[in-house]
Design a protein around this ligand. Structure first.
Ligand SMILES: Cc1ncc(COP(=O)(O)O)c(C=O)c1O
Length: 406
């Protein structure tokens, strides 16, 4: 820990995420990907894409992976390929990035929410149980139906928020009981692991539900140099359907079984992802080390709650998010001292203007709403150093102990 009492002379700039440094180390290898694409004129599809898909499937422990244009595409295509139909309801959480619900809506379904666990911000399985038991019934044909909305409830979309696995065992048990498809939103959780009590072994996120969607947006734990995403699954038919949907519904060139999308992953991004995938475990290891240091040092900060990690979870710390009632003051204080922080997410989805027609008021999901008021994402990433973490924690401990200026 730093010994000086006045922090001003020690002032440092700590970015929220340093994206440039990891790329600098890989510049030669990444440039080679471009050269190869130019020389072979192979820009869409081909061997480079197939190799990445095989490698990422193997990394996640699934039989299949399909590269797509983005995480949003991945969620939408996975829902469609899993048979979620226009008019259906898919249940998710309100404290996620809007892409989760956009994908549900764009698949023709409607999103409905259940509240989350305070410690992790992930879907509360008890709330899901309550939703299914009290708001739904099986109609005469055995279809799970929402009592008020009169629509079939066919999917659940747990989000592995901040890189921490959702409570998948109870969610999968409920999905089995009620006949729901589970589509994991794994967009923030590349490499996170979950101890499956159902299978009595550790499993990688992305291999637990019917299918999972990953985002390779540049800032993610595994990021492309542009937009990119993937769907992982063990279901060969679902995978084939995603393959079709992402490519205009083609089964072969100019033979369309359905209307689809232009939602492919291009070969340059796939090549870049292959290079970076080799480093993902090491980058995640660094993130875990930095999170452990944050946890240790923030233990001395009164009024700060460090993120909780449940048993059977190995998170990958896409984001390191603390909670404090003095969030706004603390964020300003850190900003004044060169530390960039973020809010993920400041407004729960049911309170966004875009979802006003849902008519779901404040107070409907109290845990998610309370979290939105007190969460603060601290700097994180593979280029974050231990001494930067120490500096951030020193600022927080002093501020929260009433010694902010010293
Ligand atoms: C939880 C979550 N879901 C979905 C997405 C969408 O991914 P993309 O931006 O690649 O479309 C993101 C990306 O930020 C995300 O964080």
């Amino acid at each position: 820990m730093m010994s000086k009492t006045n922090l001003e002379p020690l002032r440092r700039e700590v970015p929220f995420l340093d994206l440039a440094s990891p790329h600098r180390e890989l510049e030669e290898e990444l440039t080679e990907v471009f050269r190869l694409a130019l020389r072979t004129a192979s820009f869409v599809g081909g061997k480079v894409l197939e190799r990445f898909e095989a490698d990422f499937a193997s990394y996640c422990g699934t039989n299949h992976c399909r590269g797509v244009g983005s995480g949003t595409d991945g969620l939408r295509f996975a829902l469609m390929a899993a048979g979620i139909c226009p008019g259906d309801i898919a249940v998710t959480v309100p404290n996620t990035f809007i892409a989760t619900t956009e994908a549900i809506t764009q698949a023709g379904a409607t999103a409905d929410f259940v509240d989350v666990l305070e410690a992790s911000g992930n879907m509360d399985p008890e709330k899901l149980r309550e939703y299914l038991e009290t708001r739904c019934y099986f109609d005469k044909s055995g279809r799970l139906t929402h009592r008020q909305k009169g629509r079939p409830v066919t999917a659940v979309v747990p989000v592995h928020l901040y890189g921490q696995p959702a409570e998948m065992d109870p969610i999968l048990d409920l999905a089995e009981k009620y006949g729901l498809k589970v589509i994991e939103d794994a967009c923030q959780a590349h490499g996170a692991e979950y101890f499956s009590r159902r299978q009595n072994r550790w499993k990688r996120i992305g291999s637990l539900g019917a299918a999972a969607a990953f985002s390779f947006y540049p800032g993610k734990n595994l990021g492309a140099c542009g937009e990119a995403g993937a769907v992982t699954t063990n279901d060969g038919a679902l995978s084939a359907k995603v393959g079709m949907i992402r490519d205009h519904g083609q089964v072969r060139k100019y033979h369309h079984d359905m209307e689809g999308y232009n939602g492919r992953l291009d070969a340059i991004q796939a090549g870049i992802l292959s290079v970076k995938l080799k480093h993902l475990s090491e980058w995640n290891r660094i993130r875990r080390e930095r999170a452990a240091l944050y946890n240790e040092l923030l233990g001395k900060a009164p009024g700060v709650i460090a993120p909780g990690v449940g048993p059977g979870m190995r998170p990958v710390w896409h984001l390191y998010v603390i909670r404090t009632q003095r969030r706004d003051e603390l964020q300003k204080h850190l900003g004044d001292h060169g530390v960039v922080t973020g809010l993920h997410y400041p407004v729960p989805l049911h309170l966004q203007k875009s979802y006003r027609p849902m008519n779901v008021g404040a107070g409907s999901y109290p845990v998610a709403e309370a979290a939105a008021r007190c969460i603060l994402s601290l700097p994180m990433g593979p280029a974050l150093t231990s001494s930067q973490v120490e500096y951030v924690c020193e600022l927080i401990v002093r501020f929260m102990s009433g010694r902010g200026g010293q």
